[in-house]
Write a protein that binds this ligand. Structure first.
Ligand code: BGC
Length: 442
């Protein structure tokens, strides 16, 4: 059997990624909690409820799990609706709690990466029009200043907004997330406000903390034309890629927003990213289809024979990871994989998904692409938005009723990868023998 190890550079960040609303529990003061209470919004009527009960203190045991699992970093988000429960009120106890959690990470040897916005908005903001209203830009900046002042001692790696492209597309095109709209004009307005909110946050953070590293985490679903010979498929996949995946990275480089409704200069956004955050999960095919009126006549699907996840939500397509990283190199800044993972309650697919994706990251590193870290989504099964608890992305299984955790084999596999700072042929032989030949031919 081949004896080989794919090594990563020294100092590479390895960890898991989480988000406040998905793990804390009882986040009653944001728009997601309200959305969960509307009938028909969440699959099977699920609720976030106690989630992983981090707000009740279970972050301690989960951080122990991460540290024992060899993680040297962790990505979490802070909940705006807890820190600023009303426009004129700050909850210093909530900030203390976050300080304690983040100290908890550092004490356990993990570098914190903090997201300032991850899908959830305070209810008071929603009532004032949320991200549709340009007043959000200064409100977000104010919030960011307050948080960064409070956490600056512990954190210097920041994600301003997680998946602004996902927030706009799911909230304003497909309507699967709040506010459940199908309105491209509004969606475009929201994208511009997210962009301006990011830019304001970027400048505020650097003013407070000149050495900070600040970026966005972009949903980088890779899209390919279903029939490469058919111009409409090619055109549609290009348009979608440009307006969904590439919009934010291009605009924060150039300061020019090219939206579906035209071009607009946003000079304050120019050069406002210190790293590119890549959330890569899967690749889809795009076909022109007259029935898909809601989504610009684009039908997205996985090709026949794809290696599908448990509910068919994702396909295991590691080449898409490599192609995404290759695309990311053009921005000439460090790249961090801020999310990658698969929903898989039985841990049937996850071991090979993990090693195949990390193998592609390793390939990219060997082309000298400036990749600095990898965050697995996620540590413990959490509340998966409109899909509720029907999807299980954790290295650890969670029973949300009893709060009991159970380790999946992938947790041990990922621990070995983190501790080795690489993937060895021996690990692949033990955890994912079915892809051994692919990774270590002959
Ligand atoms: C989001 C996470 C989410 C994950 C899996 C990402 O797009 O940032 O919050 O849980 O996908 O669904």
């Amino acid at each position: 059997m081949a004896q080989a190890t794919f090594h990563f550079p020294r100092g590479f960040l390895w960890g898991a990624a989480t988000a406040s609303h998905q793990v804390e529990g009882n986040n009653k003061n944001n728009q997601w909690w309200a959305w969960e209470n509307e009938p028909g919004r969440i699959l099977q009527g699920h609720r976030s409820g106690l989630a992983c009960d981090w707000w009740g203190g279970r972050w301690r045991e989960d951080f122990d799990r991460a540290a024992e699992g060899g993680h040297n970093a962790h990505r979490l988000s802070v909940e705006w609706s807890r820190i600023q429960p009303a426009p004129d009120r700050w909850d210093e106890n909530a900030l203390d709690r976050y300080r304690e959690m983040i100290r908890g990470l550092i004490e356990r040897g993990m570098t914190p990466m903090v997201s300032l916005h991850h899908y959830s908005d305070p209810l008071w903001l929603t009532e004032r029009g949320g991200w549709e209203n340009e007043a959000v830009v200064s409100a977000f900046e104010k919030f960011v200043r307050h948080v960064v002042e409070a956490l600056r001692e512990y954190v210097s790696l920041w994600v301003t907004i997680n998946e602004p492209n996902g927030y706009a597309a799911q909230g304003y095109v497909t309507g699967s997330m709040p506010p459940g709209q199908n309105n491209i004009r509004l969606g475009t307005q929201v994208m511009i406000n997210l962009l301006r909110g990011h830019a304001a946050a970027y400048h505020a953070i650097h003013q407070i903390q000149p050495q900070a590293r600040v970026g966005l985490a972009i949903n980088c679903t890779s899209l390919l034309p279903a029939r490469p010979w058919f111009p409409l498929d090619t055109l549609l996949s290009k348009i979608l890629t440009r307006h969904l995946v590439e919009f934010f990275p291009n605009t924060v480089r150039d300061g020019v927003a090219r939206t579906l409704l035209g071009k607009r200069r946003v000079p304050e956004a120019k050069n406002t990213q210190d790293f590119l955050g890549v959330n890569y999960y899967t690749r889809r095919h795009v076909a022109f289809d007259l029935r898909e009126i809601k989504t610009l006549f684009a039908r997205q699907f996985f090709p026949a024979g794809a290696d599908l996840s448990y509910t068919g939500f994702l396909a295991n397509d590691p080449q898409g990871m490599f192609d995404t990283l290759k695309w990311g190199v053009q921005f000439k800044i460090p790249i961090i994989i801020t999310e990658n993972g698969v929903e898989d309650p039985d841990d049937r697919l996850r071991p090979r998904y993990l090693v195949q994706h990390i193998h592609q990251v390793w390939r990219a590193v060997n082309f000298n692409y400036p990749i600095k870290g990898f965050f697995h989504w996620t540590l413990v099964d959490n509340f998966e938005w409109e899909r509720g608890w029907t999807q299980r992305f954790g290295l650890w299984e969670l029973d949300p009723e009893t709060q009991a955790r159970r380790k999946r084999p992938s947790a041990d596999l990922f621990a070995e990868i983190c501790k080795e700072n690489g993937i060895s042929s021996e690990m692949v032989a033990r955890y994912a023998p079915e892809v051994f030949q692919k990774l270590f031919p002959n």
